[in-house]
Write a protein that binds this ligand. Structure first.
Ligand SMILES: Cc1cc2nc3c(=O)[nH]c(=O)nc-3n(C[C@H](O)[C@H](O)[C@H](O)COP(=O)(O)OP(=O)(O)OC[C@H]3O[C@@H](n4cnc5c(N)ncnc54)[C@H](O)[C@@H]3O)c2cc1C
Length: 385
């Protein structure tokens, strides 16, 4: 186990979690090897990219709140450090978020959410419809209720992940374009086996981070019995449209809320495109026609000008879900750290997840908030030594 701030970190998975983890290990003085056959091809490619610790507060998920708050606090510094090592854009924007309820029942839902947010000591300001339309003139006059959250921000996950990838390669990371099949461990030795059959021997002063999103559930060898990581795909449809130049910017803030109890968000990007999302279901891993229809209808109801946009893309991504919606983040043995299962919040939680992995590897104190993320909390299995 690396107790000083030098060593070698082997990071399995090049989604936002693995890439941010590579970056933080480099900042801590480690050499880095990233193993991924196709970086940025998983959930990160499809995500909305809302950094929304306030609007994402959900009933009976109190353990998530401190994780989200802390990671949101870390983000400005992470973005600033990443942009020192790459010229690529990140799409990071701090314009804030407007929450809406479309009809009377949605307004009631939003009122309850506002009360809940205030009870969690998070900042939200209730707006009249008129005030909301002064902030965002493209909002429909027919919305029933609105509120503003200045502290909920956004980035473009594809851009930020590419910027991270560029930054870690520029700082000398080695990229192995392969799939990991097993991590085997004896009392003295660890090795990472690739699907080609090649093996990477891991020195006792090195650290391996399992950050392969849903793919982590297929990597075996490091435990006895059932796989300890109970990951499941939770699919979400997302759309992308382009706003004609004459209408840009259609909105500056993220608009999100409920239409007939269906969640909807509209995220404006710097390049004039808008991301519209997202559904949530546990079957059918491809864009579903009814979901595309619902998303477009609901988004147009909230921001009518979206009718004038050019349709670019419908995709469907798989969130890496866990039974209690909390990530699996922790050290499972001296030189093996698990960092996956970030479900709906992996873009937001990447800053905290990456920093925590380095703290674990270097024997530093981690945040109290991550105590709820033990990777073995759902396990019937044990470590294999
Ligand atoms: C529709 C949708 C909208 C979302 N919106 C938001 C949002 O607004 N805000 C937010 O915070 N979160 C959001 N999320 C959640 C977020 O996208 C995920 O939590 C996050 O991307 C997970 O990142 P990851 O790096 O763990 O996994 P992934 O992005 O899935 O990356 C995993 C990587 O591991 C690699 N891999 C897999 N198996 C192996 C293996 N055996 N060996 C080597 N490499 C392997 C894959 O190739 C992939 O590159 C959204 C998700 C979806 C689907």
């Amino acid at each position: 186990m690396a107790t000083s701030t030098t060593g070698h970190a082997i990071v399995i998975g090049g989604g936002i979690i693995g890439l941010a983890t590579c970056f933080e290990f480099q900042d801590a003085g480690f050499e880095v090897t990233l193993i991924d056959p196709d970086p940025i091809s998983g959930a990160t490619h499809h995500a909305g990219g809302m950094l929304a610790p306030t609007a994402e507060v959900q009933y009976q998920q109190q353990a998530l709140v401190p994780l989200m708050k802390e990671s949101a606090r870390l983000y400005p510094d992470l973005i600033q450090r990443v942009t020192q090592h790459t010229d690529l854009p990140t799409g990071y924007r701090t314009d804030g978020t407007v929450l809406i309820g479309a009809d009377r029942a949605d307004a009631q839902h939003l009122s309850e959410l506002i009360d809940y947010i205030k009870a969690e000591d998070l900042d939200i300001e209730t707006l009249t419809t008129r005030q909301a339309r002064q902030l965002e003139p493209a909002l429909s006059p027919r919305i029933a209720k609105a509120a503003a959250i200045d502290g909920d921000h956004q980035l473009d996950p594809r851009l930020f992940a590419r910027a991270l990838f560029d930054a870690v390669l520029a700082r000398g990371a080695q990229h192995v374009r392969e799939t990991v099949s097993t991590i085997t461990q004896s009392t003295t030795h660890q090795s990472v086996t690739l699907s080609s059959g090649a093996r990477i021997e891991v020195d006792s002063s090195d650290v391996t981070v399992l950050a392969a999103g849903l793919g982590a559930a297929k990597i075996t060898g490091w435990f006895d019995g059932e796989h300890p990581l109970q990951l499941r795909p939770v699919y979400g449809d997302v759309l992308r449209v382009r706003v004609p130049e004459s209408l840009q910017p259609l909105t500056t803030r993220v608009i999100r809320g409920f239409v007939e109890d269906r969640p909807i968000y509209v995220i404006p990007r710097d390049d004039g495109t808008v991301t519209i999302g997202a559904t949530s279901r546990e079957d059918q891993p491809h864009p579903r026609t009814s979901a595309i229809h619902d998303l477009l209808r609901d988004a147009i109801r909230v921001v009518p000008g979206l009718e004038e946009t050019e349709f670019l893309e419908a995709t469907c991504g798989a969130r890496p879900g866990t039974p209690d919606d909390l990530p699996y983040l922790g050290q499972v043995r001296d030189n093996l750290i698990v960092s996956t299962g970030y479900f709906r919040h992996g873009i937001l939680l990447a800053a905290l997840g990456a920093r925590t992995a380095v703290q674990l590897a270097t024997g530093q104190q981690t945040s109290q908030a991550v105590a709820s993320c033990d990777p073995f909390r759902h396990a019937t299995s044990t470590l294999n030594v």
